[in-house]
Design a protein around this ligand. Structure first.
Ligand SMILES: Nc1nc2c(ncn2[C@@H]2O[C@H](COP(=O)(O)OP(=O)(O)OP(=O)(O)O)[C@@H](O)[C@H]2O)c(=O)[nH]1
Length: 366
């Protein structure tokens, strides 16, 4: 098996040189890698792994995925949209064989933040569940900190009752299988997904959020912002992928999320057509849409990659001055979290440099 490296330049020349005994986050070098975790996409052939990656991160339209060739090698993709959203996605071929001596499970699972296992809900899933159990058992042995996420995929065109029934059945069987293998302590998360609606973006949002160490701070800031501004719901979006990296503590309903995603599309599309600026999304980007049910959607740029999209009642928008002032405080606070992270990363890099220079046998200096 070989590794196809899409973005070697971006990932840097050392990205392939993980030590064999790579333990997640124990040395400065490992801790630095931890700040850019890996998400693995695994599952049987034709379950939809490559389609998910292309639709969510490369803006491919769902219909085009019909023509995707089968993946024969591990395809690595570096997602580097913002300081908070930085990770690599590794898309595995469906026929991957763990017994194959070239499969270096220490290296593959060692630096992994989350493992997404894709199960085709329209197919017989017995084989998928067997593979799932083998994969989780192997991965957990190498790295017990991995977050295991199951995407019950291709649920478009399936009735709500059947979806729930599949989810219940897969959940039950997957947890029973792991308990039989003595792994009852493993926590699994299940998501019903399809590339033909927003469910795949929502599921990916939840996976990515678990890998953002600053999430509680971001959620807290959003809670404070909405409660002082008369806002019902606010999402902090990664504009490029339209996954939300944080939201306030009120429950997310799919319709609100879809509305906010659509608003980003409208704002960017209009800006691309009519703006005289080079970038369609910049520090002056903001948008206001009044719906016919007395609801307002309000979008503001937070930084180069992030947008805040809020839903509020029309009457509360009368106090736009307060909202805008609170937004500036919010943006400032996000900037400070962002800066702290950059500073922490820089310190880590310096530590790595020092430790490498001190090592007499190691000639590699970043
Ligand atoms: N109906 C439906 N079809 C989907 C969905 N996602 C992917 N597909 C289709 O499933 C087929 C297989 O998709 P791929 O993304 O190539 O699957 P894969 O898991 O990467 O396959 P391998 O590379 O062989 O491992 C394609 O025809 C896709 O159009 C979905 O959400 N709904």
């Amino acid at each position: 098996m070989s590794y196809q490296d899409d973005d070697e330049e971006q990932m840097g020349p050392h990205s392939e040189s993980f030590p064999k005994d790579f333990g997640y986050g124990h040395s400065p070098r490992e801790a630095n890698l931890e700040s850019k975790p890996r998400i693995l996409l695994m599952g049987l052939r034709r379950s939809g792994k490559s389609s998910i990656q292309k639709v969510v991160f490369h803006k491919m339209s769902p219909n085009e995925t019909l023509f995707l060739p089968s993946t024969c090698e591990i395809v690595k993709d570096d997602i580097n949209n913002s300081s908070f959203v930085q990770f690599q996605i590794w898309d595995f071929p469906g026929q991957i064989d763990f017994i194959d001596p070239t499969f270096d499970s220490d290296m593959i699972f060692g630096g992994c933040g989350a493992l997404i296992f894709v199960i085709d809900a329209k197919d017989d899933y017995n084989e998928a569940l067997t593979k799932f159990k083998n994969t989780v058992t192997k991965a957990y042995k190498v790295n017990p900190r991995i977050k295991f996420e199951v995407f019950i995929h291709k649920v478009d065109g399936i009735s709500d009752d059947s979806k729930m029934e599949s989810q219940r059945d897969i959940h039950q069987r997957a947890t029973d299988d792991l308990s039989d293998a003595g792994l009852h302590q493993i926590r699994l998360s299940f998501h019903l997904t399809s590339i033909y609606d927003h469910s795949i973006f929502e599921a990916f949002s939840k996976v990515v959020q678990k890998l953002i160490p600053q999430l509680p701070t971001l959620e807290n800031l959003l809670n404070i912002f909405i409660s002082n501004s008369g806002i019902e719901k606010a999402f902090l979006f990664d504009v490029v992928s339209k996954i939300y990296i944080a939201t306030d503590c009120s429950p997310v309903d799919m319709q609100s999320y879809e509305l906010c995603c659509d608003m980003i599309d409208v704002a960017i599309d209009l800006s691309s057509i009519y703006s005289t600026e080079e970038e369609a999304f910049d520090n002056k980007t903001s948008s206001l849409i009044k719906l016919n049910n007395s609801t307002v959607l309000y979008l503001r740029e937070v930084n180069k990659f992030l947008a805040l999209v809020c839903i509020l009642r029309e009457e509360n928008f009368n106090k736009q001055g307060v909202i805008d002032y609170n937004f500036l405080c919010f943006r400032d606070a996000i900037g400070q979290v962002f800066e702290l992270k950059i500073r922490a990363t820089k310190h880590m890099d310096e530590d790595i440099e020092v430790s490498l220079m001190e090592s007499p046998n190691d000639s590699v200096v970043f």
